[in-house]
Design a protein around this ligand. Sequence first.
Ligand code: LLP
Length: 415
Amino acid sequence: MPKTAKINASGHLEIGGRDLLDLAKEFGTPLYLLDEETIRGQCRTYVNSFREHYPNSEIIFASKALCAIGAAKVIASEGLGFDVSSGGELFTVLKAKADPRRIYFHGNNKSIKEIEEGLKAGVGRFVVDNQYELANLADAADRLGRDVSVLIRINPGIEAHTHEFIQTGRIDSKFGVPLDQLDDLVKEVGKRKRLKLAGFHAHIGSQIFDVEPFIAEAKLLVSLTRKYGTEELSLGGGIGIPYLSGEKAPDIPDFARKIAAEIGKTNAKLILEPGRSIVGLAGMTLYTVGAVRDIPGVRKYLIVDGGMSDNPRFILYQAKYEAFLARDPGGEKSETVTIGGRFCESGDLVIKDGLLPPAKVGDVLAIACTGAYNYSMASNYNRVPRPAMVMVGGGKAKIIVKREQYKDLIINDAD
Ligand code: LLP
């Protein structure tokens, strides 16, 4: 739940000082909500914990988790830089007035156009994934007459316990340079006059609860930093968050202390790229129940007005979420229900066999923990317009992403 969540005097759920039923009425559903205080709190926890344990560090937000100008402005104002992995993410965070020198340009197949956009914008670091990209970057840097600092993304060969699709650091992965090919790539950087090797980057996966694989990753990056005499190392992102009550995610100050103990053996600058753990808990999605399908002895479905197009995480990863009845969040969760979406796909569920107080048609449901990888992975399946996003805080609510309209759906249709 967002930090500001509480049950108000009417017995309803509120966040950021706003009653969720009022928000549903004012902005319609489905609706993405973001609690500003939670985002700011997570940013500060990261920045302060690393400042305390390892001052030579930089926290950058992985914008793939949530990319919208309004959110980026809040995050930039807390002193974070940005990880972007496409020209579109770069364009968005530049519109939010992010400092280009604190932008790290990721991606495992940046187009030449994207490389040039990054160079022209003056992004601080390019994170290079392979030799082809390195050659394209060096050529573009020569053409444009720009010097560029690079981090090489390595494949650390570390298995983290998370869903197979979001595990990125193991040997069999499409990301990063295998360690036995690293020497060649480092030599290649040395040959190109506009390129400077700043250091190495790795990312072992996402939604990770265990600190051990990060320690192993840190040890490996420290050894490479020593071997090649580089000045920076980036651990990527991946810290998990509790989607369900009872789950225990890593404590960020403790994580910072343990990582600092490893990195402290160098003087290198440490970079971290949290995405989910900055915005995940801050988000909630509101839906309205439009139908109830009770199949006795089989399953009871509550059908809502959104689903896989605004939150594809169940259909992709069988991700688990918790729902709350906005009018009675503290009510006894006496029914097992499956929350189904409105899309033409049987797997379009939001929650399978979750617990809720008895709910009926017209009720507003709030799904917790939807701030990361929901809006950023949303689609227009069935030509359903994407929901609006509203930032709440201090009793105020402001739209940071407008609800799509039908005309937006056909904007690129060429007749
Ligand atoms: N840095 C790099 C290079 C990454 O690839 C990622 C995430 C991050 C940082 C941020 O990781 P985080 O702190 O958010 O775990 N769509 C999936 C997650 C994919 C993560 C991709 N990379 C999901 O919904 O679970």
